[in-house]
Write a protein that binds this ligand. Structure first.
Ligand code: IFG
Length: 528
């Protein structure tokens, strides 16, 4: 179709939209730049002048007999159906499709591994090939970012729906690419967490760490200790409403995340950050007296009673119930800021808690403070320091400990962008896009490089965060920067190029209703 006719079509579309009171169509007529994908793929080459038009005749083909491929296809079809109004049928691919959109668990190069994919867009077809469902899902996230931004509209838009032509071969640098959401300082509903899962999955993050307990709130029902949720979960920072997940709620989050190839990592912080538990059960306290519930924002004042045998019955039963609901490999036991636990007691406690986690078939993750005890060989330390050297962590790594990189001064999404940012804190410094992007998780902490680094995670603590809009304001645009550090080869690391790609995400975030911060370090397209 010659360009003038497309322009004429668009004029008509806008006129029709205006006449029918529909929202004027987001810029659906022009194809997204092939180079705008975040995280940047290992290799991507656009085919100039070629685009695939999604039309009412477009079919999605999937590998026969694969429930996972069909589920992924259904997620893509649901997105496209909602905004195009097309039927987008899903059928099993009986051969190598020559039209439509093929999502295939065959034909991908072995080099892309289990999480990678190959994507080809021609004038007549789109093909995503992977060795495993996780790779197919990753390829669909890249395709999603290549669809016109109007595809993310919640109402039918006029189109047209061109997808830019090109070839991608892609796979992740790090296995652990995570976000953390603190649901203890403020509680967020299942739907709010699921919305965040959708957003982090679009940027190929594959872990969501939920900080489920702290001084200000206990957020998951434990059948053997019911007061934890009903009493310990009733409040929040500032006296804001509390809340908690029933075990069915938690399972719904786990399942929703799993369908998007995001693994949930539950955290029960201990021995510190435990006032909500101690307030819920007097018998857990060394003096037998339950402290009042706490709605402030101080840290370091609480501790489980280390000499008390009941403490270990408690953590065994709590962690046992959570482990049974958690298909992922990790249980996070926190371990941070145990200022009210003596160093001897801290070591005793952590060294007793780790085998309890292992007995429930899970691998321990802890904030890096746990290297001051004796980490199990499989225990993972999550580094949250603000320095590029930490001799205790380096020593643990020399002993085989693996690390998830979360330097607070680079990845903490609750840090203000600028001094005048309304939300957030600034104890670890101000973090805008350039600081969030301009580092290498694999070569940041001295003595912690290469295979010792499992990956990266961006925590969002919620002392000052109360709503979905607050979450999105702090997570976007910095989380995609962390996502690119986790996925893309460091050879592609380029701040200038990244900021162009990041700016190109703005129009889609606007259509998705993501309340992102228009960082002054990025040039955002008009209207985004
Ligand atoms: N440090 C505390 C968090 C939270 C954070 C806010 C860790 C591991 C400061 N511990 O970060 O509970 O209060 O930025």
């Amino acid at each position: 179709m010659a360009v003038p006719r497309i322009r004429a079509l668009l004029v008509v579309a806008v006129a029709v939209a205006a006449a029918t009171g529909q929202a004027t169509p987001a810029a659906a007529a022009t194809a997204v730049a092939f180079s705008s994908v975040v995280p940047v793929p290992v290799s991507a080459s656009a085919t100039a002048g070629v685009s695939y038009p999604i039309t009412s005749g477009t079919t999605i083909y999937t590998t026969p007999g694969s429930v996972a491929a069909t589920d992924i296809a259904t997620q893509l079809a649901t997105l496209v159906r909602r905004s195009t109004g097309f039927a987008v049928p899903i059928v099993a691919a009986d051969a190598s499709p020559t039209d439509g959109i093929a999502l295939l668990l065959s034909g991908a190069p072995a080099t892309v591994g289990a999480e990678g994919y190959q994507l080809d867009v021609t004038a007549t077809s789109i093909a995503i090939r992977a060795n495993a469902p996780a790779g197919l899902f990753a390829g669909v996230q890249t395709l999603h970012q290549l669809l016109p931004v109007a595809v993310d509209s919640s109402t039918v838009q006029p189109g047209p729906w061109p997808v830019p032509g090109g070839h991608v071969v892609d796979y992740p640098r790090f296995e652990h690419r995570g976000a953390m959401l603190d649901v203890a300082r403020h509680f967020f509903t299942v739907a709010q967490v699921q919305r965040y899962v959708d957003q982090i999955a679009l940027y190929k993050l594959n872990y969501l760490h939920l900080h489920l307990s702290d001084d200000q709130g206990w957020r998951i029902a434990i059948a053997s200790w019911p007061n934890l949720a009903t009493y310990g979960g009733a409040t929040a920072v500032g006296g804001d409403p509390g809340g908690y997940y029933t075990q069915a709620d938690y399972s719904a989050i786990v399942a929703y995340a799993a369908a998007r190839y995001v693994t949930i990592v539950p955290e029960i912080d201990m021995p510190g950050h435990t006032n909500a538990a101690l307030a819920s059960y007097a018998e857990l306290n060394c003096d037998g007296v339950a402290p009042p519930r706490y709605t402030g924002t101080a840290v370091g004042f609480s501790s489980l009673c280390v000499p008390l045998p009941l403490t270990y019955v408690f953590i065994d039963q709590v962690l046992g119930e959570i482990a049974a609901l958690t298909p992922g490999p990790y249980l996070h036991i926190g371990g941070d800021e145990a200022s009210s636990t003596t160093p001897v007691d801290y070591r005793t406690f952590i060294n007793q808690a780790q085998p309890i986690v292992a007995a429930h078939g899970k691998t321990v993750v802890g904030w890096h403070d746990i290297v001051n005890a004796t980490p199990l060989p499989t225990t993972v330390a999550q580094y949250w320091g603000t320095t590029a050297t930490n001799s205790a962590v380096a020593a643990a790594v020399a002993g085989g400990t693996k690390v998830i990189m979360s330097p607070a001064n680079l990845t903490y999404l609750d840090m203000k962008y600028r001094n005048n940012t309304r939300l957030g804190q600034k104890w670890a410094g101000l973090i805008d896009v350039e600081k969030a992007y301009n580092w290498d998780p694999g070569n940041y902490l001295s003595g912690v490089t290469g295979a010792a680094v499992l990956g990266v995670e961006a925590p969002l603590w919620t002392e000052t965060i109360r709503t979905t809009a607050d979450i999105e304001f702090m997570a976007f645009p910095r989380l995609p920067a962390i996502a690119e550090l986790g996925w893309s080869p460091f050879s592609t690391h380029d701040l200038t190029a990244f900021k162009v790609r990041l700016g190109a995400q703005g129009p889609r975030w606007r259509v998705m209703g993501i309340n992102y911060y228009h960082s002054t370090q990025v040039s955002w397209p008009a209207g985004s």
